[in-house]
Design a protein around this ligand. Structure first.
Ligand SMILES: C[S@@+](CC[C@H](N)C(=O)[O-])C[C@H]1O[C@@H](n2cnc3c(N)ncnc32)[C@H](O)[C@@H]1O
Length: 278
C-alpha cells in the first residue's frame, strides 16, 4: 500500500506548496505559497496525481520498486514533476519522461529537473507520435492538444501499459464529420455549440470504447470543478484482460449510428494491426 502523506499548508492538497520543484516551475513563490494565478493548475495537478496514485496502487507496478511513467504533451512539466515527487515520496524510485513539441518548455523543464535534484526525470523535444522508447508502466496526458491524447492512449495500448490516465483537450476531427453527417442523431442539432459538445462527447466515448476493446477497465471522472477548467473530464484505464472483439463491434455500430468516420486512435490501432477488419 502506498503511503503518501498530505503535508501541505493547505491540507486539502497532497503536494507541499513549499516544494522546491513548485518554486522552480513558478507555481509557488519564494515564501512557499501557491501564486494566486496558479491555483487552478495546482488543484488540477494535485487531483490528477491523487487519482493516478489510487490506481497505480491497484496494479503490479507498485511491487516493482522502479515505476516508469511517460507524460505526453508535458508542457511546462507541472504534472510530470508532481508525479515524480509523489512517486518518490512513496518509495517507488520513478523513471519519468516528458515529451513536448515546444523546445523552450523542454529546456526549461530539464533545467528545473536539475535544480530540483530529480535525477531520473527527463524531457524530450519531439512529437508524441515520433517518440518510441519501449515500455512504460503508465502513460499520462493532461490537456495534450487535440489528437496528441490519441497518441498517448495508443502508446499505452500498443505497449500494454498497466495504467493510462488522460484528461483530453480540444478536439476537432469528429466535429468535421458531424457537420457533414446526415444521420437522424445529427439532424436535430442546429446550434454549433451543441454540435461541438456532441463531438467532444463522441470523441471521448470512442476513446473509452477502444480502450475497453483492448481489455482495459475504464473510469470516467469529472476530476476538478468547471470553475477551474472546462476540460475537466479524466479517463483512467487499467489493463485487466485480453482484447475483446465484442467491444470493438459495439464501437463500429456507434460510428454508424452517430455518423462519424472514426478517431485517430482507431487509425493508429489499425495501422499497428491491433484491429482486424472483418
Ligand atoms: C495545453 S498544454 C498542457 C501542458 C501540460 N500537460 C499541463 O497540463 O500543464 C498542451 C501541450 O501539448 C503539447 N503538444 C501538442 N501536440 C503535441 C504532440 N503532437 N506531441 C507532443 N506534444 C504536443 C504542446 O506543445 C503543449 O505544451
Amino acid at each position: 500500500m502506498i503511503d503518501v502523506k498530505p503535508h501541505n499548508r493547505d491540507k486539502n492538497y497532497r503536494i507541499d506548496s513549499d516544494s522546491l520543484f513548485l518554486k522552480a516551475l513558478g507555481i509557488s513563490n519564494d515564501a512557499g505559497d501557491v501564486k494566486p494565478n496558479m491555483y487552478g493548475k495546482y488543484r488540477q495537478v494535485c487531483r490528477f496525481v491523487e487519482l493516478f496514485i489510487e490506481r497505480i496502487e491497484r496494479t503490479q507496478a507498485v511491487k516493482q520498486k522502479r515505476v516508469k511513467v511517460l507524460d505526453i504533451g508535458s508542457g511546462k512539466g507541472y504534472l510530470t514533476f508532481a508525479m515524480y515527487d509523489q512517486l518518490t515520496q512513496a518509495g517507488l524510485n520513478p523513471k519519468i519522461d516528458g515529451v513536448d513539441t515546444r523546445s523552450e518548455m523542454v529546456d526549461l523543464c530539464n533545467e528545473a529537473a536539475q535544480t530540483s535534484g530529480f535525477e531520473n526525470l527527463a524531457f524530450h523535444n519531439m512529437k508524441a507520435a515520433d517518440f518510441v522508447q519501449g515500455y512504460y508502466d503508465a502513460i499520462v496526458a493532461l490537456h495534450a492538444c487535440d489528437t496528441a491524447t490519441d497518441d498517448a492512449l495508443f502508446y499505452g495500448i500498443r505497449s500494454k501499459s498497466k495504467l493510462i490516465v488522460c484528461a483530453p483537450c480540444c478536439q476537432h476531427e469528429v466535429l468535421v464529420d458531424l457537420q457533414k453527417s446526415e444521420t437522424s442523431n445529427r439532424k436535430f442539432i442546429s446550434h454549433g455549440l451543441f454540435l461541438q459538445k456532441q463531438a467532444d462527447l463522441i470523441t471521448d466515448n470512442s476513446r473509452v470504447m477502444l480502450l475497453r476493446a483492448q481489455g482495459y477497465q475504464v473510469d470516467v471522472i469529472d476530476f476538478v470543478s468547471t470553475e477551474h477548467t472546462q476540460k475537466n473530464t479524466l479517463i483512467a484505464a487499467i489493463k485487466k484482460s485480453k482484447p475483446s472483439p465484442k467491444h470493438f463491434h459495439e464501437y463500429e455500430a456507434y460510428k454508424k449510428t452517430f455518423g462519424f468516420n472514426g478517431i485517430k486512435l482507431e487509425s493508429l490501432m489499425r495501422e499497428a494491426g491491433l484491429i482486424r477488419s472483418e
